[in-house]
Design a protein around this ligand. Sequence first.
Ligand SMILES: *Cc1c(COP(=O)(O)O)cnc(C)c1O
Length: 394
Amino acid sequence: MIYADNAATTKMSESAIQTLVATIKETYGNPSSLYEFGQKAKEVLENAREEVASLIGAEPREILFTSGGSEADNQAIISAAKLGEKEGKKHIISTAFEHHAVLHTLEKLKKEGFDITLLDVHANGIVLPEEVEAAIREDTCLVTIMYANNEIGTIQPIAEIGAVCRKHGVLFHTDAVQAIGHVKIDVKEQNIDMLSASAHKFHGPKGVGFLYAKKGIRLTNLIEGGAQERGKRAGTENVPGIAAMATALREVVKDIDKNREHLVPIRDKIIAGLAAIPHSALNGDAAQRLPSNINFCFEGIEGESLLLLLDDKGVAASSGSACTSGSLDPSHVLLAIGRVHDVAHGSLRLSLGEDVTEEDADYMIKAVKDTVEYLRSFSPVWRNLVAGKTPFIL
Ligand SMILES: *Cc1c(COP(=O)(O)O)cnc(C)c1O
């Protein structure tokens, strides 16, 4: 079995599991309690905060623990919107290919009277900093652009976009859920004001993440209650999950270069192998992409069928994003880079784990090639294309 859906979630690392179990067993006090049991848990919590902060170039007080990437995205955007509203600024800039945690939050704000500009991400899936600059207005209160896309893996020029925002005094948030652990992040150097991350995307546990918010940015709490997290997120902290997240993050950050060197040649071998399939196309820029991401469209087939047949061959892959699987809408990301509906339906994402081998790559190339051929052999859409009744697009 090959697990090639690491953009959906990852397997926990052994060391993160050890931290999780040890914390559950030994440090079960409530970090808000004043006696020894509580203070031990508090220490674990604050050590994790220091560790997470140092790994992204932030200060501990700038890290707020959340239930994951979605919550961090919601809180960052809502907070910036509330701050903007106070000054009469109700314009937000983002892109059409953000994660739904961002897009749906923006849709909610739109109903509250905010004006949302979604920038073009072009055919290569990359936003240009000069287009961000051109879109900034007097009343812009936030730019929110993802660091790396979860479907097509393209990496945005975040430091340059950050510099543009800084120049114009506009808050800049980035959803770095897919990038962290693959790309070197330094929030100060890259002019990032707010950043979202999620542990289960970098070999930590599910249901835990964090929001970095530069000091001075007043966050709006989404959850009312106790005074945890400096009063910005009520509820007893998930101490074991947070500790395990810090362990997992330390590991992936330490191994960034090693993992990149291992993954890039394997990724590019698979890309070359799949590009040899007739009427196929890589989605997203070939170079400015995550070392783990491969995303293709194959004309004349359905991505869902491909995915299910690959599962029979022992390959766990994805078509579109997990959140929209089961619906008939094609991926909003593929539509944003200009793929037409029919082509977007025939998509496949392979997101590699760091332990992937050359043999796995060969196996996946052959499995995809054989399965695409098989599906095309009885596809009426493919028959029409071959007969010239409908023109090929790819
Ligand atoms: C997975 C993901 C999220 C959501 O994170 P959760 O921790 O699952 O809530 C947000 N943004 C991106 C880009 C993601 O890939």
